[in-house]
Design a protein around this ligand. Sequence first.
Ligand code: NI
Length: 170
Amino acid sequence: MSLLKILIFPDTRLRTVADPIGSIDNSIKKLSQDMLETMYAGNGVGLAATQVNIHKRLVVVDVSEEKNDPLILVNPEVEILNFEKNKIYAEGCLSVPGFYEEIERPNMIKIKATSIEGKKINLKAEGMKSIVLQHEIDHLDGKMFVDFLSNVKRQRIRQKLLKQKKKKKI
Ligand code: NI
């Protein structure tokens, strides 16, 4: 396995809409393992292929305390978002390092997807798992959690991350 390079906001490649995966070949299986390793190395709870500059509809998630319950979803599609009950959660993102902001999203989600073994999956999630899945599926459509923030807040994050990027190049 190998660690992948994560794109950092405001990199415009994060705005790419990912393509559906046709067949789950070995390159997709390896990518999913590399994404899990990259996610765990960064102490993340989710990672979308978009974030490692591969524009295919693949996400990995692990919201367990012990980091031993990985979920790999190929072509995840939101079937139902329940807007009756919302949840406010301080979200972070491996592509927006160091920033956590409270975002309000529906508390319940139903998803259909394909497993890495090629089996159809129907999944219902609530609470944190639901939030993380919504966040990761957004990435596949080029959307990010900073889009939920005010322009002022988003610009502030943008400027700080651009400054850090400049510093690293020296
Ligand atoms: Ni993210």
